[in-house]
Design a binder for this molecule. Structure first.
Ligand code: DGT
Ligand code: CA
Ligand code: CA
Length: 575
């Protein structure tokens, strides 16, 4: 069982309890536990085995027992009992924005709506707003929500897919006969969402059937879709499909290239090969005339034979990477070792789970030279945002912690709201005392593009602002970006010496890859921040780095690769 499987069960329990209109306190505790577990970079299984489960904030004794039951049996009795309740079938409806548990139950009672299809039909026929208290506007919102839901269904977030893939790789790697294993497909390219997971292995003939058995018998598997000697597919309990291919050593590199994709990149490489008198397939590179196999064991060989240097998987989208490779102009992509600090994180002062010191100590473990503490400002009341007075006190606390914790610089900062009129939520005199000011939009997402663009540009034009947080506001698979003229924002950021954030929170990845590249081309700097709300989440930086690589970014274009001195110059708008 993976953390995500346990989190999903708790979320479903909360959904059913909500539909049953049960005690809100109980519902919240399941929700909270689900979120905590989902965000935990550590394996819940190992925490359970050392008895540490109960020490995780948000997990009490009773939930810890349930987690242990799920680890042991794959489910828990409480969940199985709840699933028998007739409202269980309505949980799908809760995925539609605008449909809460009360409405779902009403729609079911009064209109006989049982699933998303029924809901769509009822909304299209205008039957929803015939109900008392339901306006036409909500009906429209629900229809839009259904469209969004259909678009996302079947695609999984990068972080979730990667978690499963890495744990499968670990299992298979330990199998006898497995000498090589790689993740391929969109996951190797680190796309923000993943359709299915592709894994390739070399395993001696004598071992292949045992490897397939192990793969199909993993406890995270719900269904076996296909099982053969060289290819098997399974459906995980979480709904993700995984394809496993066993390959021969002599064609492994060609297959790795083929199954990494993207399809468009492959087509372009194949066309190029054709022009050179070659044939590229998943089995190798061949001479088109003689059909002689020229190479196939290593992926590098495929590129070499078509006259190109190795192209990193994240660039393989046929969006100029082949031309750049040909001209020796591939970017030297940023990687983890370039990162010197993290400039976006929350503490107990607002809605974070850890103290300033705890954040700093974890960052030190990651090898960072500096961090910035950036709690919310007062407009975000649900997060306990700070007002001027509280921020002044917080800055003092940060300075104290900075003296106490050696070996890392703790910069003082704030994630200040850009209010609907474009003014900032806190007084300039206090903002001026912060080392790092992040401007952010957290309200009124539904403005027109014109209004939103004006709002953001006014916000980042305040000379105290250094970084624009999650510039488009999208939540992957949940909330579309708000309407904004990003090009105009990029231009303003350039003029005002403001960096755009690449928020690494797995649900955000905002700026997304193509927008990072757009910013890069305009000469605007990027800040890769984790927006951590707990120390362990600082590790989420990997998703930001992956997205940055997809956006062609080099270390020099990302401000948190700078030395502290250079960063300070940038923050002072001298860099
Ligand atoms: P996904 O799973 O939808 O997130 O995207 P991918 O890229 O992982 O696609 P998938 O799993 O269907 O196939 C894996 C790779 O196999 C894909 O990136 C390229 C290669 N591939 C699959 N089908 C074709 C095809 O019809 N033509 C070519 N040239 N390559 C293909
Ligand atoms: Ca795939
Ligand atoms: Ca696939």
């Amino acid at each position: 069982m993976e953390n995500l499987d346990i989190a999903r069960i708790f979320d479903e329990i909360a959904d059913i309890l909500e539909l049953k209109n049960e005690n809100p306190f109980r519902i919240r505790s399941y929700r909270r536990a689900a979120r905590v577990i989902r965000d935990l970079p550590e394996d819940v299984k190992s925490l359970a085995s050392t008895g540490e489960l109960k020490t995780v904030p948000g997990i009490g004794a009773s939930l810890a027992d349930k987690i242990e039951e799920i680890i042991a049996t794959g489910t828990c009795q409480a969940y199985e009992d709840l699933k028998k309740d007739p409202v269980y079938s309505l949980t799908e409806l809760l995925s539609i924005p605008g449909v809460g548990p009360k409405l779902a139950v009403r729609l079911n009672k009064e209109l006989g709506v049982k699933n998303v299809d029924d809901l769509e039909k009822a909304a299209r026929e205008g039957r929803l707003h015939s109900l008392e208290g339901i306006r036409e506007k909500l009906e429209e919102k629900i229809l839009k929500g259904i469209e969004q839901y259909r678009r996302h269904v079947g695609r999984f977030k990068l972080a979730d897919a990667l978690t499963y893939a890495e744990s499968i790789v670990k299992v298979l790697k330990a199998q006898k006969g497995v000498t090589k294993i790689d993740i391929a497909g969109s996951l190797r390219r680190m796309k923000e969402t993943i359709g299915d997971i592709d894994i390739l292995v070399i395993a001696g003939k004598a071992h292949s059937s045992k490897v397939m058995d192990t793969f199909t018998e993993m406890d995270i598997v719900a269904d076996i879709i296909a099982k053969g000697d060289t290819k098997s597919s399974v459906l995980l309990k979480s709904g993700i499909q995984v394809d496993l291919r066993i390959l021969e050593k002599q064609s492994y590199g060609a297959a790795l290239h083929y199954f990494t994709g993207s399809k468009d990149h492959n087509v372009a490489i194949r066309d190029r090969a054709k022009r050179m008198g070659l044939k590229v397939s998943e089995y190798g590179v061949f001479d088109s005339k003689t059909n002689k196999l020229l190479a196939g064991a290593r992926e590098e060989d495929v590129f070499r034979l078509v006259g190109l240097p190795f192209i990193p998987p994240e660039l393989r989208e046929n969006s100029g990477e082949i031309e750049a490779a040909e001209q020796g102009k591939l970017p030297k992509l940023i990687d983890q070792s370039d990162i010197r600090g993290d400039l976006h994180m929350h503490t107990k002062a607002s809605d974070g789970a850890n103290t300033i010191e705890e954040m700093a100590l974890f960052a030190k473990k990651l090898g960072y030279e500096y961090i910035a503490i950036t709690d919310h400002s007062k407009a975000v009341t649900v997060a306990g945002g700070l007002d001027e007075k509280a921020l002044e006190a917080h800055i003092k606390e940060i300075e104290k912690a900075n003296k106490k914790v050696k070996g890392i610089e703790i910069l003082s900062g704030i994630e200040v709201d850009i209010l609907p009129d474009g003014s900032l939520d806190l007084d300039d005199s206090v903002l001026a005392k912060c080392d790092v000011v992040i401007g952010a939009v957290h309200s009124r997402f539904n403005m027109s593009s014109e209004e939103m663009t004006k709002r953001i540009i006014k916000g980042i034009s305040n000379p105290n602002v250094n970084i624009l947080a999650h510039p488009t506001g999208r939540i992957i698979n949940e909330r579309d970006p708000y309407q904004v003229d990003l090009e105009a924002v990029i231009e303003a950021a350039k003029k005002k010496r403001v960096a755009l954030e690449l928020n690494s929170y797995p649900d955000r990845l905002d700026l997304r890859d193509v927008h990072c590249r757009q910013a890069k081309e305009a000469g605007v700097k990027i800040a890769i921040g984790t927006d951590s709300h707990a120390a362990l989440q600082l590790s989420n930086i990997r998703y930001g780095i992956a997205t940055a690589r997809r956006g062609w970014l080099e270390a020099g274009e990302v401000i948190n690769t700078f030395s502290l001195a250079k960063l300070k110059r940038f923050l002072a708008k001298q860099g």
